[in-house]
Design a binder for this molecule. Structure first.
Ligand code: FAD
Length: 315
């Protein structure tokens, strides 16, 4: 079954790096060499996103297979469960297993654009918790995977329900068998620290890994804020808006802000692990890691995900 990992005192926090599969062969090759360089820095895991509806199925599997098998980095394959052809979930879980992938980020996925009122194409899967339960109750997969699930410190955009109800939905996913939580990107550190207290008060004890996205360009920042519904603190806007026309200044600001956020989350929230959304870019991530002095050799032992509380991480 699972190898449970208890709390570990790390010499310094760990980080995971998220990438999405590029559309073209050239893009894929370029990204592969970027990942190879970043993999040298010993991220605890690499996380590969999934196109909703299975649109990136082959490329996500190929990229995840490459990072797991060729680069030897623990790889987290994101997998959505709704609006996919029946049988896709089993096919992908099997393919992941064949590639040595041992961790799945179990997601519901967004509805197809313009279809807010949708019905599940496979009646077994309406919510992410259905995918967690499915993996845990299917003998072929039950002990093959660690399972992560998503959470939204600033609230889920589409959910009409209040924070408390959303935390209860999160608890249902954990109770269904999830081992850890990765959050949506956010910039409101105070809000996050408050949210995590509420999550803990609700009895959710698994590790929580905050999603951190260094601001790369002003336009991508604006787009992602709109998509994710993340709150932007006033002092952030007050510093960023006046330099919005200067790409280099925006990038520098993004790097410094990320370093500050991670330091604060680590010292005030005792957060011991961070999920960095790279947008497939190398430079800012590297500068953030250098800023934190995390590019040297010391790393927590491989195969362990550690976060802010004791909790079961399974491989
Ligand atoms: P769920 O946990 O199922 O929740 C969906 C909504 O339903 C929430 O509002 C929740 O509160 C509500 N809900 C849950 N249970 C119930 C219930 N019993 N009754 C009523 N309401 C309920 N998307 C991709 O397509 N590919 C990716 O690779 C990807 N990676 C992601 C990585 C991270 C770290 C995060 C945070 C999100 C990612 N997403 C990805 C986006 C995600 O698919 C969407 O946000 C999606 O809308 C919700 O997915 P979920 O797994 O959180 O859903």
């Amino acid at each position: 079954l699972h190898e449970k990992i208890a709390q570990h005192t790390a010499p310094r926090p760990f980080y995971t790096l998220e990438f999405f599969p590029p559309r073209t062969d050239q893009g894929f090759e370029n990204l592969a060499s970027r990942i190879a360089r970043l993999a040298e820095l010993n991220p605890l895991a690499i996380s590969i996103t999934w196109g909703a509806g299975g649109s990136t199925k082959d490329r996500s599997l190929e990229l995840a297979g490459l990072t797991q098998m060729e680069y030897g980095v623990d790889t987290v394959l994101h997998l959505t469960c709704t609006n996919m052809e029946k049988g896709t979930v089993d096919h992908v879980l099997r393919a992941a297993k064949e590639r040595g992938i041992e961790t799945i980020l179990a997601l519901r996925g967004d509805p197809p654009r313009g279809e807010e009122d949708w019905t599940a194409t496979d009646s077994r899967f309406s919510y992410a918790k259905d995918l967690v339960s499915y993996i845990r109750s299917t003998p072929e997969f039950a002990s093959a995977f660690s399972i992560g699930v998503a959470a939204y410190p600033d609230g889920h955009t589409e959910s009409a329900s209040d924070v408390e109800a959303q935390i209860q939905h999160l608890k249902e996913k954990v109770d269904a068998g999830a081992d850890f939580i990765v959050t949506q990107l956010f910039y409101d550190v105070d809000g996050f620290l408050q949210w995590i207290k509420e999550v803990r008060a609700a009895g959710i004890t698994v590790p929580i890994i905050p999603g951190i996205m260094p601001i790369q360009t002003y336009s991508s920042f604006k787009r992602l804020i709109k998509l994710s519904g993340a709150r932007v603190p006033q002092d952030l806007s007050a510093e960023l808006d006046p330099i919005s026309h200067d790409d280099q200044k925006v990038k520098d600001f993004g790097v410094n802000l990320t370093v500050e956020m991670i330091r604060r989350l680590n010292s005030e929230g005792n957060i011991q692990g961070f999920h960095i959304c790279t947008l497939n870019l190398e430079k800012s991530v590297l500068r953030v890691l250098e800023g934190l002095q995390w590019t040297g050799a010391v790393q927590p032992p491989q195969n362990k995900l550690i976060a802010d509380t004791p909790g079961a991480m399974v491989h």
